[in-house]
Design a protein around this ligand. Structure first.
Ligand SMILES: *Cc1c(COP(=O)(O)O)cnc(C)c1O
Ligand code: SF4
Length: 355
């Protein structure tokens, strides 16, 4: 780690009480992840200054375009970026740019037709046996390529009682054996709220698995507390955690520790990544990501082709290029380290494999 300003020097004992100023140290209290979230960077000038990079004023029109989805980056994620590197692969995922206001043919506000799949408040049902719940619209980071950056979260459940229609739909449909908690990011919920929702789902006998789609263990690893692990381990149904990292540099420091802790607690952890121009569109980058994942026991699950959301065209990699990259990493890695390259095509009965 090259960031002495934010983490204790190597070999020195870690302080008992951690603060956001030493985000690389593992922490185990509720207050600490919530405080780190409250103190996350919400201004691109602060983000650039944190990496000793010059300010980049956005023209007014572009600034307005990013306003509904402003800069949001926890200090722990910043600590894994390389100071002085404007092309840092973690920075490029989260720094708003003028290119987001470009309009490209085929790039829309609802590229995967989520609204058409809305079964009832907060519930998307696209695939056999699995229903997905939009548990919150909030995340710990704003990824500039996010396919749900325009999702109408304001219409989704907030209070526990708002979940009753979705719970009723699940109770009535015994073909649904897996519930995916998504969002936003479900681990933004407090342990109390998460526990209440999980228990209501756990009570439904035909629910066999609870899958949590989350980026918090990657961008805000302090969220992986003993209490959270206990909550998941005590479920009747099988928990599965699917995290989202795109570059090997994300799997370092406190994130590496948090992933190890989850895996060693016996929770299956998978990763989905998105193939992103200039960020992970090389065999070297993908190989590093997959290797670091399997080295902590996390299985690379999907490598997604970008969902064509408005404002993200500059991140796209062609299918031909994607296929070539997969062929190379397949020749270099153990079979279980190679993710499936998929694209979500609206109306299909599953995510579509591209090879
Ligand atoms: C992607 C997705 C799933 C999960 O698909 P898997 O292939 O099982 O990972 C489930 N529901 C919805 C609405 C999805 O978009
Ligand atoms: S964490 Fe996931 S849902 Fe949230 S902004 Fe990033 S990609 Fe989108």
């Amino acid at each position: 780690m090259a960031h002495q300003d934010r983490s204790p020097p190597a070999g020195q004992p870690k302080p008992q009480k951690t603060t956001t100023m030493d985000a690389a140290a593992p922490t185990h209290s509720h207050a600490s992840w919530q405080r780190q979230l409250a103190e996350a960077i919400r201004d691109s000038r602060e983000l650039l200054a944190g990496l000793q990079l010059p300010e980049e004023p956005l023209p007014a029109a572009e600034a307005a375009a990013t306003q509904g989805f402003p800069t949001l980056v926890p200090h722990s994620f910043l600590a894994r970026m390389e100071p002085g590197n404007r092309d840092d692969p973690l920075l490029l995922q989260v720094l708003p740019t003028g290119r987001e206001s470009a309009r490209a043919v085929g790039f829309t506000t609802d590229p995967v037709e989520d609204t058409a799949a809305r079964a009832t408040a907060g519930m998307l049902h696209k695939y056999h046996g699995r229903a997905l719940l939009i548990t919150t619209g909030t995340c710990a980071v704003h990824c500039r390529y996010c396919f749900r950056r325009e999702y109408p979260y304001q219409d989704e459940p907030r209070r526990m009682s708002d979940w009753e229609p979705a719970l009723q739909r699940i109770r009535e449909d015994s073909s649904i054996t897996e519930i995916i908690l998504s969002g936003g990011d479900p681990l933004i919920l407090s342990d109390d709220r998460l526990q209440t929702l999980c228990h209501r789902l756990d009570e439904i006998e035909h629910v066999e698995r609870l899958r949590i789609h989350t980026r918090l263990p990657i961008v805000l690893p302090a969220r992986v507390t003993d209490e959270l692990l206990l909550l998941l381990s005590n479920l009747r149904s099988q928990p599965v955690v699917v995290v989202h990292a795109n570059h090997g540099h994300e799997i370092a420091a406190d994130c590496e520790t948090a992933l190890r802790v989850m895996v060693r607690a016996g929770i299956p952890v998978l990763n989905q990544a998105v193939l992103l121009r200039k960020i992970n569109d090389s065999a070297e980058a993908l190989e590093l990501l997959c290797r670091r994942l399997i080295n902590v026991g996390v299985i690379p699950y999907y490598l997604h082709q970008l969902d064509r959301v408005q404002g993200a065209a500059h991140f796209e990699v062609s299918d031909a290029e994607a296929g070539k990259l997969l062929t190379v990493i397949r020749s270099r890695l153990p079979g279980y380290a190679v993710p499936q390259l998929v694209r979500e095509i609206p109306g299909e009965s599953n995510k579509t494999p591209l090879l």
